[in-house]
Design a protein around this ligand. Structure first.
Ligand code: G3I
Length: 316
C-alpha cells in the first residue's frame, strides 16, 4: 500500500502528525510517524513551558529530538506554538510585567525559539487560541497587558527572527462559518490590510463523530480568498468509547469530508492529525468516556478512518 505521505506529495499537500518526542522510543509509534507522514508537529515540546520554563533558561531537548527525527525522515516541521495563554509558565502569566516588559519577554522567547530553528522549522503557529467563542478576543496576560496589538507584534517578531518562515494564527471551533471564525476572519483581514506578516490560518479541527461543520469547505475558501494559506492543524474526531463499528464508519466518512474540503480549495496546504494512535491521544484525559479519535487504533492498526484518508488522497 502506498503510504499517505507519498499520496499527499502528489497533491503538494503536507500530511502531518503530532508527535510526543518521548514516545519516539516506542518503535511502532516512531515507524508510523516516519513512514506515513511528510510533516510533523511537536505535541508539547515546543510550548513555552517546555522551552523556557524559567526566564532565560531554555531547554531544547524534546524539541530538538523531533526536529532531528524530521530531518532524518525528510519531513517538514510545523512549529507549535509561540504565544498561547495555556502551557505558559507562571513567571510569564503572573509576572506582573508592564507592557514594555512583556513585549521584551515575548521578544526574547520568539526570537530565541524561531531563531534557533531558522531554516529547520518553516511554519509557525505564532499565536494560538486568541478568541472566545463569540469572536471577541480571549482574556490572557498578553491581551490584558498589550491589547489586541500583541498579535501583530508577535507576528512581526517571528518574521524578524526568520523572514522565510510562514506564519499562522491557529484556533479551535473555527472550522465552520460561525461567530468565532468570523472573529478570526476580521482579524486576518485587518492584519493583512496593515501589512502585518501573516501567511495563514490554522483550523485545529478537534471534531466529534457525525458533526463535521457543513460550511467547512466554504470557510476554508473564504480565508484562501484573502490570499492566506489554510492548514487543518490538529484534526481528531472523537466518539464514545468503546467505539461501535457504526461510529468508526461514520468517523471514516468524517475524515474523508475533512480531506475533501481541504483538497477542494487551492490554498489549503496541509492536514495534520493530532496524534499517532489512540492510546496516546489527549482526548480521554479531557473528555472521560470519549476517544478513539485517531486513524490508528490501540494496537497501532489502521482504522476505517485511515483508509478513508488514503482513498481521499487518491490511493484507492
Ligand atoms: O509530562 C507530564 C508528566 O511528567 C506528568 O507526570 C503528567 C501528569 O499529568 O503530565 C505530563 O504533562 C502532560 C502533557 O500533556 C504531556 O503528556 C500535561 O499534564 C497535559 O496537560 C498535556 O496535555 C497536552 C495539552 O495540549 C495541554 O494543553 C496534550 O498532550 C496536547 O495534545 C494538547 O494539545 C492541544 C494543542 O496544543 C492546542 N490545541 C488543543 C490541543 C488539545 O488540547
Amino acid at each position: 500500500e502506498t503510504p499517505l505521505r507519498d499520496l499527499a506529495d502528489r497533491h503538494g499537500l503536507r500530511m502531518g502528525v503530532a508527535v510526543s518526542s518521548h514516545l519516539l522510543d516506542n518503535a511502532r509509534y516512531a515507524d508510523i510517524a516516519a513512514t506515513q507522514y511528510n510533516s510533523v508537529t511537536h505535541e508539547n515540546s515546543l510550548k513555552w513551558e517546555s522551552v523556557q520554563p524559567q526566564r532565560g533558561q531554555f531547554n531544547w531537548s524534546g524539541a530538538d529530538r523531533l526536529v532531528d527525527f524530521a530531518q532524518a525522515n525528510g519531513q517538514d516541521v510545523y512549529g507549535h506554538t509561540l504565544v498561547w495563554h495555556s502551557q505558559l509558565p507562571s513567571w510569564v502569566s503572573n509576572g506582573g510585567f508592564s507592557g514594555p516588559e512583556l513585549e521584551q519577554v515575548m521578544e526574547e522567547h520568539i526570537s530565541t525559539t524561531v531563531g534557533r530553528y531558522r531554516g529547520d522549522i518553516d511554519y509557525w503557529d505564532v499565536v494560538n487560541e486568541a478568541f472566545n467563542e463569540d469572536g471577541s478576543f480571549r482574556d490572557s496576560v498578553f491581551h490584558r497587558t498589550l491589547g489586541e496589538g500583541y498579535i501583530a507584534t508577535a507576528l512581526e517578531m517571528a518574521h524578524e527572527a526568520d523572514p522565510n518562515a510562514r506564519l499562522f494564527i491557529n484556533d479551535y471551533n473555527v472550522e465552520g462559518i460561525n461567530a468565532k471564525s468570523d472573529g478570526l476572519y476580521r482579524l486576518a483581514s485587518s492584519l493583512l490590510a496593515q501589512g502585518v506578516p501573516l501567511h495563514g490560518v490554522g483550523l485545529q479541527s478537534h471534531l466529534i463523530v457525525g458533526q463535521v461543520p457543513s460550511s467547512m469547505q466554504a470557510n476554508i475558501q473564504r480565508f484562501a480568498d484573502l490570499g492566506l494559506e489554510v492548514v487543518i492543524t490538529e484534526v481528531d474526531i472523537r466518539t464514545s468509547t468503546p467505539a461501535s463499528q457504526q461510529a468508526l464508519q461514520q468517523q471514516a466518512n468524517d475524515y474523508r469530508t475533512v480531506f475533501e474540503a481541504c483538497l477542494a480549495v487551492d490554498g489549503c496546504g496541509g492536514v495534520t492529525v493530532w496524534g499517532v494512535a489512540d492510546p496516546h491521544s489527549w482526548i480521554p484525559d479531557t473528555f472521560p468516556g470519549q476517544g478513539a479519535a485517531l486513524p490508528y487504533d490501540d494496537n497501532y492498526q489502521p482504522k476505517p478512518a485511515y483508509w478513508a484518508m488514503h482513498e481521499a488522497l487518491g490511493g484507492g
